[in-house]
Write a protein that binds this ligand. Structure first.
Ligand code: AMP
Ligand code: GLY
Length: 431
């Protein structure tokens, strides 16, 4: 079976490992990275270049396209592949609005009765001061400000004063984040612990993947700015079977049903970010993909061969026949970031990796069972590995307990050297 994997980050390296854990898989990746290259033939096409990606899928006569990041999905890759009858594990551009438009999602979720914070959508600065003040008074919190569109993880602000809230909203509406911020969602600020749940969906059918917890803040003790994710672990002990069922019944099911009713059935992975508040779980966001770095900890928990079966069944609408086998052993990932991340990550630093922890050489040489490295912002400069992105690598550990998995992940970092690199020292610490 020939598969095209779209993307070139840590999530896609984890996906490449999981896809090639089955036999008889020929994997292409665009653009890939040096870690993915151990499993796939990498082709230098950008992960958001829909036209070139579709042409590649046609030229190579692939049997399936699996899409990692959101941009190509929002840009319509699944729609174009459907036209050429190439199965795709990923939603159409309409269904990908669940990630591509926060106003669309909040409105749809409200109509479907999903438990979520109160919100208000604005698209002009008329009476802005009064609107923001009214939201703050009614909700008794400073509103969270969200740019409606995709903003590379920079579209959510948690202001410390009403003035900051008004100024930031005005800036967005006046174009500070170009089109992404011309509509703004103000949200009630809710408090609690966050969790990430994942599903493979086709229409109104779904299969649950393992859940995870991500650490989004840059610094230890959840201080500093939000990032794409500094580390993760799976399973998430906060997610009891009751909470899992509650999320499926009150968030997943009604939203899948609403999309199907509106003629845009959802096909692909769905990420549900929730906050566990004093009054129960509430929806923070939907993403139309797996999480990063969550994929790095959920996919190693699937048995060999199960991920490709899941991707195929998702694309082809046969999820009813899938029985995922999940390894109960916890997995933990610690992300190593480049100097200057997240504001201004430095590129081209040399990465030195101890030999025994180098990326595994393809599926014939299985990864060490306890510790392995996942590539994200790395590139090969002749034979030298260099940084080329903010989140450079993840050290991933497996253990019989979460404490052991965490220990193994941190042990893996001892063999990595990157000038000026930094990482959190408290991933999975509460457990
Ligand atoms: P999002 O991109 O919507 O996931 O938001 C990024 C982060 O902002 C989330 O992971 C939360 O930490 C925080 N956040 C988003 N919405 C809210 C909210 N309504 N109340 C409190 N925190 C929020
Ligand atoms: N780790 C958060 C995300 O993938 O959006």
């Amino acid at each position: 079976m020939k598969i095209l994997l779209v993307g070139g980050g840590g999530r896609e390296h984890a996906m490449a490992k999981a896809l090639t854990s089955a036999s008889n898989i020929t994997l292409l990746a665009a653009p890939g990275n040096p870690g993915i290259a151990e499993h796939a033939r990498c082709i230098p096409i950008a992960a958001d270049d829909v036209a070139e990606l579709v042409q590649l899928a046609r030229d190579e006569k692939v049997d399936l396209v699996v899409v990692g990041p959101e941009a190509a999905l929002v840009g319509g890759i699944a729609d174009a592949l459907a036209y050429f009858k190439i199965p795709c594990c990923g939603p159409t551009s309409q269904a990908a609005m669940l990630e591509g438009s926060k106003a669309f999602t909040r409105t749809l979720a409200a109509q479907a009765g999903v438990p979520q914070p109160r919100f208000h959508v604005i698209d002009n600065t008329k009476d802005l001061n009064a609107v923001v003040r009214t939201c703050a008074e009614e909700w008794n919190t400073l509103p969270v400000i969200k740019a409606d569109g995709l903003a590379a993880g920079k579209g959510v602000m948690l202001p410390d004063s009403l003035e900051e809230c008004i100024d930031a909203t005005r800036a967005l509406l006046e174009g500070s984040m170009s089109d992404a911020g011309l509509t703004v969602v103000l949200e009630e600020r809710i408090v609690g612990t966050e969790a990430s749940l994942f599903f493979a969906c086709n229409g109104t059918s779904w299969v649950a993947l393992p859940h995870a917890r991500d650490h989004k803040r840059l610094l230890d003790h959840d201080k500093g700015p939000n990032t794409g994710g500094m580390g993760a672990y799976s399973p998430n002990p906060d997610i009891t079977p009751e909470i899992q069922t509650y999320v499926e019944n009150t968030m997943l099911k009604p939203v899948l049903q609403a999309l199907a009713n509106d003629g845009m059935p959802y096909v692909g992975f769905l990420y549900i970010g929730i906050m566990l508040t004093a009054t129960g779980p509430q929806l923070i966001e939907f993403n139309c993909r797996l999480g990063d770095p969550e994929a790095q900890v959920i996919l190693p928990r699937l048995h060999d061969g199960d991920f490709i079966s899941l991707c195929q069944a998702t694309a082809c609408g046969t999820l009813g026949a899938v029985h995922l086998r999940v390894d109960p052993r916890p997995v933990c990932a610690v992300v190593v970031c480049a100097h200057g991340y997240p504001e201004d990550p430095r590129k081209d630093d040399i990465i030195t990796v101890g030999a025994q922890l180098a990326a595994p050489k393809g599926r014939d040489c299985p990864a060490p069972t306890t510790t392995w490295l996942i590539h994200a912002g790395t590139r090969l400069d002749d034979t030298i590995l260099r940084t080329c992105g903010g989140r450079v690598l993840a050290s991933v550990g497996r253990g019989t307990t979460l404490a052991e998995a965490k220990q193994h992940a941190y042990d893996g970092l001892r063999n990595v050297h990157i000038e000026g690199a930094h990482w959190r020292t408290d991933i999975a610490k509460t457990c």
